[in-house]
Write a protein that binds this ligand. Structure first.
Ligand code: ZN
Ligand code: ZN
Length: 378
């Protein structure tokens, strides 16, 4: 049975179209293969989200679904997930993001000319492990080429007319004929007067001098998904530098670095930490306090715990990117041998030493560290 579409998108049953669209956009950004590195779990959730959006974004399908469920949709001839309404998932993305995903690099095919698209921007942001565990919203402020606020990007002083470019006749392109040893080559280049827009302002905007763009500062809130790895990049389509009038903006890339954490070592979705206990406590058993992402936790160590022993706190690690399940925290036990014994302590230990027999030191105590090393390298 398919999951509940509202649950998949994380919206209420009376969510508005805008809320549904927003929820899907958020999920799509978080789960898209470009971001998750083709993680199968994320891809499955991504498909699920696309299917839910396909149904809930269409008023008629949504009504059918509300009344009769997914069964009702199928008997009505709609096969969710096949992208019938949209043609393909890529079209959904095109309608949402203004560009199909998966082209790689955000290139726009503009044949021979036209106004130039804006350049991409790369920013860096640092996350703590706690933020990796939960995901985080980051507000980033950065300098960027923005659409001129005075002329709204058309390059004309407000209230003055915009005219068709005389040089290119409004086409935005000029044909350039080049003689080569193989004959004449005809190519199209952007018009040098209108820069490809086909239009020239009668009176150029006094703020941007007719370019339609100015330098500004952009503030953007980025959703960094839980489980992100050090060095991964998030892409926000269209949030880069503004393009020339009539052309799309570039993309914004945010590269994530994860700060070192004194408490843990990250191993994929697992967290590794260590506790040090005196040899006597190892013999007697003890309770230790360990740091976890959710604060301190008491962990019991049985009497006779050996050096290198691992205690596992299930689910106390990090989530996989795009997944809900969390890894474990593994606590490695380090045993400290007491030194600088007083005369009295020494006598106590001597008495213990002579009393120890095969029962206390038998093979049930495992291979020891050396044995484990050897096994690891065999
Ligand atoms: Zn302007
Ligand atoms: Zn022109």
């Amino acid at each position: 049975m398919p999951s509940d579409y509202y649950e998949v998108l994380g919206v209420s049953r009376d969510a508005s179209d805008t809320e549904i669209k927003k929820a899907f956009r958020g999920l799509a950004r978080e789960l898209h293969p470009d971001v998750t590195g083709h993680n199968p779990e994320a891809e499955a959730r991504f498909k699920e989200a696309a299917e839910a959006y396909e149904v809930l974004s269409d008023a008629e399908r949504r009504r059918t679904y509300d009344q009769y469920g997914a069964e009702g949709l199928r008997s009505g001839g709609f096969n969710p997930g096949q992208g019938q309404g949209f043609g393909s998932f890529d079209d959904i993305f095109q309608s949402l993001f203004g560009q199909a995903f998966g082209g790689g690099g955000g290139g726009f095919g503009f044949g021979g000319g036209g106004p130039a698209a804006g350049a991409d921007i790369l920013l860096q942001t640092e996350l703590t492990l706690d933020e990796v565990a939960t995901g985080v919203e980051r507000e980033l402020s950065f300098p960027a080429v923005v659409v001129c606020a005075h002329c709204h990007g058309n390059g004309a002083e407000p209230g003055t007319p915009i005219e068709t470019c005389d040089r290119c006749g409004g086409a935005g392109q000029l044909r350039q004929v080049t003689r080569t040893p193989f004959g004449q080559m005809v190519s199209a280049v952007p018009c040098d007067v209108c820069h490809g827009s086909g239009k020239v302002p009668d009176t150029p905007c006094e703020v941007c001098e007719g370019s339609g763009r100015t330098e500004g500062t952009v503030t953007k809130t980025i959703d960094v998904p839980a489980g992100i790895e050090d060095g991964q990049r998030l892409r926000v389509t269209g949030a880069g530098h503004a393009g020339e009038p009539g052309a799309p903006a570039g993309d914004l890339y945010v590269e994530v670095s994860v700060a070192a954490d004194g408490r843990f070592e990250r191993q994929g979705t697992d967290l590794l930490s260590a506790v040090r206990i005196p040899a006597t406590e190892a013999m007697l058993g003890t309770t230790v306090t360990v740091a976890t992402l959710e604060g301190e936790r008491e962990v019991e160590l049985e009497a006779g715990v050996q050096p290198g022993h691992e205690e596992t706190l299930r689910g106390a690690g990090l989530p996989r990117l795009g997944g809900r399940k969390r890894g474990d925290q593994r606590i490695v036990v380090e045993v400290v041998v007491p030194t600088n014994l007083s005369e009295e302590q020494r006598e106590t230990v001597e008495r213990l030493d002579v009393s120890l027999g095969p029962d206390n030191l038998g093979p049930q105590h495992g291979d020891g560290l050396f044995g484990r090393f050897r096994k690891a390298f065999r």
